[in-house]
Design a protein around this ligand. Structure first.
Ligand SMILES: Nc1ncnc2c1ncn2[C@@H]1O[C@H](COP(=O)(O)OP(=O)(O)OP(=O)(O)O)[C@@H](O)[C@H]1O
Ligand SMILES: [Mg+2]
Length: 423
């Protein structure tokens, strides 16, 4: 029986697998030779463990169909989808180079202008995908490939879902994707749209600029709760080469609710383009192109562990419900196998994020932060503030004088009864 990890030297319907080039959550990618056309291709073979799972096979096939529909220079071309002896695979363009996660891990953060250019190219391609009603759903640096020719290619529309067709995948609460770059609405198992890709691209931008994932934690759930509740350290506070205006663009892409983000990828492309132009002309001008400053809310007193969430009882219950919902979706996740359950073996789940309890400023990094409504929000509290406000409102405490008054009342009543009896 064919095994996905033992295909070197094996022919799959006219394609000779040469050697594995990598392994991901769903299977193994091989460099292979197209025996008819004599060209080199990449073959992504779905793991045998998933080949019997109809949903996984469906999602895998959808990767091929979704990407094949897109004809864009920044999307890896899909040549075909096929299967042999129960193993399903996708034949695609072979990319020579490295994915951006590998680039940053070996060479450190990118030059901010280069990072912004890459992000703009990805945003352009995603805009085309979104117009075709395809959401990627798994945008992360490992799925952004930098070819030796210096081009950026998006891979893995595997989790993409045609949001015109309801196949129920998101509604059943399955989490697909990697928690480090996943939008809050994905983490909560809600239906997602194109703005979820904007969030994930914002997280990827953050990683390219800083070399750090915006949120880390002790478990995948902690990471997802952090996406929902915490604010990241600003990119320019980690890497001083990042212009503060660029940090604001990243933060707006990573806003907690879809409504607070840029409305479309076209808008992301536009703002990055304007920033690039004005950078070239006059660095000061770049500031004018930035969105209204978004000041991160101060970190909160609860650790992102899924325990002890919320302030008042009502708030805490809501927090626990959310954490439970997240936990359920994680447990249901069929892609969770190596990354989600075994943890990230490369870096663990440590966090650069300020947690509650770590309130003091860190030397050379922190500045005093305001606690009022965000500047630029016109004094209108954000949805975050509204949530926070409702949590703080909680049930009222009893006035401590009330029990004393009750006791005095009882004593007085007893005295009256005694006096009456003595009469
Ligand atoms: N078309 C391709 N050409 C060359 N290498 C590729 C191609 N597609 C993927 N790879 C490489 O193969 C490796 C595994 O990719 P794969 O997409 O299976 O996993 P991943 O993106 O790391 O994780 P996940 O499955 O969670 O998306 C990665 O290092 C990726 O860069
Ligand atoms: Mg991939």
């Amino acid at each position: 029986m064919l095994r996905e990890d033992q295909l070197a030297g094996v022919e799959l319907n006219g394609y000779l697998c040469e050697q594995p080039v990598g392994r991901g959550g769903m299977g193994v990618v091989y460099r292979a030779k197209d025996l008819k056309l004599g060209r080199t291709v990449a073959i992504k073979v779905l793991a045998r463990a998933f080949s019997s799972d109809e949903k996984q096979v469906g999602r895998f096939k959808r990767e091929g169909k979704a990407a094949a529909r897109l004809n864009h220079p920044n999307v890896a071309t899909i040549h075909n989808i096929d299967d042999l002896e129960g193993l399903h695979y996708i034949i695609m363009e072979f990319l020579e180079g490295r994915n951006l996660e590998a680039v940053v891990e070996s060479d450190g953060p990118l030059d901010p202008r280069e990072a912004a250019r890459f992000v703009a190219r990805v945003a352009e391609a995603l805009h085309v995908a979104h117009q075709a009603k395809v959401v990627h759903r798994d945008i992360k640096p490992a799925n952004l490939f930098l070819t030796n020719a210096g081009e950026i290619k998006i891979t893995d529309f595997g989790l993409a879902r045609d949001y015109g067709a309801d196949d129920g995948l998101t509604r059943t609460g399955q989490i697909v994707g990697t928690p480090h770059f996943m939008s809050p609405e994905q983490g909560e198992g809600k239906q997602v749209d194109a703005r979820s890709d904007i969030y994930s691209l914002g997280c990827s931008f953050y990683f390219l600029l800083t070399g750090k994932k915006p949120f880390e934690g002790d478990s995948p759930i902690a990471v997802m709760v952090a996406h929902i509740r915490e604010q990241p350290v600003l990119p320019h506070e980690i890497n001083p080469k990042v212009p503060p205006a660029m940090s604001q663009v990243v933060l707006k892409m990573m806003a907690k609710t879809p409504e607070e983000r840029y409305p479309t990828m076209a808008e992301v492309v536009r703002i990055l383009g304007r920033m690039e132009e004005s950078n070239a002309a006059e660095p000061e001008q770049a500031k004018k192109c930035a969105p209204e400053p978004v000041r991160p809310e101060p970190a909160r007193a609860e650790p992102a562990t899924g325990r002890g969430l919320g302030g008042s009882r009502t708030g805490r219950n809501k927090g626990l419900e959310r954490a439970r919902a997240i936990q359920e979706t994680v447990q249901k996740s069929t892609r969770a196998t190596p990354d989600m359950e075994g943890g990230d073996r490369r870096e663990g789940w440590r966090s650069p994020t300020r947690r509650m309890g770590e309130s003091g400023p860190r030397a050379g990094v922190d500045r005093p932060r305001t606690t009022g409504p965000r500047s630029g929000a016109g004094g209108e509290p954000s949805s975050y503030h509204k949530r926070k406000g409702s949590r703080e409102a909680g049930p009222k405490r009893m006035n401590p004088l009330v029990p004393i008054a009750i006791v005095i009342g009882f004593v007085a009543l007893a005295l009256v009864v005694v006096l009456l009896m003595m009469k």
